[in-house]
Design a protein around this ligand. Structure first.
Ligand code: F0G
Length: 485
């Protein structure tokens, strides 16, 4: 269970790799080759990656770090773009790589590796050919909302069925490169599925902490299938995070929750794909579900970096939508414009985002403010209806992803999105992740009467419960006639 790194328990533990004292000169040379450093998002302290603590929090102020690339700040200050290809060359290169037979080029994360130079050696890459996910036009939802330019970026079409794969290939490759034997996460299901798969691919072991009885079966089955040590704890997600923080302090396991800044570097790449799909004219608005609140900040970081590097000339507004029963960010924006956040006890059937104390809330607030986006909350009935509507587009998604369409309707009603704008919904998970939810919905068993209220008729119109018949063609033909009416 030991990493090659010389870690000991105690508060001073860092993720510093083993370096013999006599190798000081060698280490300085290696340091010089580092392409990235880490900046604390609270106190702006800058550290080298060797000085990261095992919980990825700043030793001074306790806030989270963000990866930054010093070469890019030089870029901004000098008119001559030394050592960095020009934007057109990069755009061309990234497209060209799609037709290469090399694994790192076929990955929708690593083909953009020029914007995430976090590894010393590309041979460390652990990839399942993630990314390169489809951007679907949503014609039915377009008609209903009046937004003609409405698209779904379907991150559920990744190898393990969620957006987590893009971040996992990045952070797990770092763990692999640094010689860790074990990786670990607390999860509402998708992170654990992704981590278990990538760890298995790399020949590493993985430890999963999940809240007992509170994650979708599809996700639990994935973690087990890919060989994780899966511990179901008698608590919620936030309780699992607390336990895991103690575990990583006491054992040499590499934490792969989204507090790990390398996860976010991988999760930037869907933003690059979106910009590429729009021929580098970014959409007006991107709507993202909010749980632990890392994904919105990763996408925002990508759009800000693209603009900084001259790849695009503006950033989209990035808005976050939460479930009404798991809405700490929404409350924070309402009560203090995002200055303070009070954790809540989270309740929602969209189990992926059942999170009451989101780790990355400050990063998300910064991105929402920096891009001019908004934060919204949606009810259980609104989520369920939106999920059925995305299903009716022929693509489907898991409940947490559907908050984006439900949120869009509210943003339009509040005048925050104009139907002439181009809007992308980030669909974070595949519909098969939580098929139980879908079946309960269509059987009319998901929502209680007091939740249905004004949406009852709209919901009933979308329900498609299977019809039970005898093995008789006449009965099937009658069912066909009825359905055609
Ligand atoms: N959508 C899905 C399908 C998710 O699985 C998650 C988070 C989110 C949205 C929210 O993203 O946390 O970056 O704001 N799932 C995590 C997990 C927490 O453990 O799988 P976020």
């Amino acid at each position: 269970m030991k990493p090659k790194g010389n870690r000991s328990s105690g508060s001073e533990t860092t993720l510093r790799p083993a370096v013999a004292p006599c190798a000081g000169i060698l280490r300085r040379i290696i340091m010089m080759q580092d392409t990235h450093q880490l900046r604390c998002t609270g106190c702006a302290r800058v550290i080298a990656h060797e000085d990261l603590k095992e919980n990825f929090r700043c030793a001074d102020c306790g806030e989270l770090y963000e990866v930054e690339y010093p070469a890019w700040s030089v870029l901004a200050a000098t008119p001559v773009r030394r050592n960095f290809p020009n934007p057109s060359a990069l755009r061309w290169l990234w497209k060209e790589r799609r037709s290469s037979s090399e694994l790192k080029d076929q990955s929708g994360v690593w083909r953009f590796r020029d914007l995430l130079p976090i590894l010393r050696d590309e041979a460390s890459i652990v990839s399942l050919r993630e990314g390169n996910t489809p951007l679907y036009h949503l014609p039915r939802a377009s008609r209903e909302t009046g937004v003609t330019g409405l698209y779904g970026k379907h991150q559920g079409m990744n190898p393990t069925g969620s957006f987590k794969d893009t971040g996992m290939t990045a952070a797990l490759s770092v763990a692999h490169e640094r010689g860790f034997a074990w990786v670990a996460c607390a999860s509402t299901g998708n992170t654990s599925a992704a981590m278990a798969a990538y760890a298995a691919r790399a020949g590493m072991r993985s430890l999963v902490l999940i809240p007992q009885g509170k994650i979708a079966w599809g996700k639990l089955s994935q973690a087990i299938d890919y060989g994780a040590l899966t511990c179901q704890l008698r608590t919620d997600f936030d309780g699992c995070v607390r336990v895991l923080n103690e575990v990583v302090r006491r054992a040499p396991v590499y934490l792969l929750n989204s507090v790990n800044p390398y996860r976010l570097e991988g999760q930037k790449t869907p933003a690059l794909e979106i910009a590429e799909a729009f021929d580098w004219q970014v959409p007006d608005h991107l709507i993202v579900p909010g749980g632990n609140l890392a994904n919105s900040s990763a996408l925002g970081k990508a759009f800000l970096e693209m603009k900084h590097l001259g790849l695009t000339d503006r950033v989209p507004k990035i808005s976050v939508v939460q479930a009404e029963g798991a809405n700490p960010l929404y409350r924070s924006i309402q009560s203090s414009d995002g200055r303070e956040l009070t954790p809540v006890e989270a309740h929602t059937r969209a189990s992926a985002i059942r999170i009451g104390n989101p780790a990355s809330w400050k990063k998300a607030v910064r991105i929402v403010h920096a891009t001019g986006g908004s934060v919204e909350q949606v009810t259980e009935a609104e989520i369920a209806l939106a999920k059925a509507e995305i299903g009716a587009e022929g693509i489907g998604c898991e409940p947490a992803s559907a908050v984006t369409l439900a949120g869009l309707k509210k943003f339009i009603a509040a005048g925050k999105i104009d139907p002439t704008e181009t809007v992308v919904l980030l669909l974070t998970g595949h519909t098969l992740k939580d098929s139980e939810y879908t079946i309960h919905y269509h059987r009319g068993e998901l929502l209680h009467d007091d939740e249905l209220t004004v949406l009852r008729a709209a919901i009933d119109a979308t329900r498609r419960n299977p019809v039970e018949l005898d093995a008789d063609p006449d009965q099937v033909l009658r069912a066909l006639e009825q359905a055609a009416q």
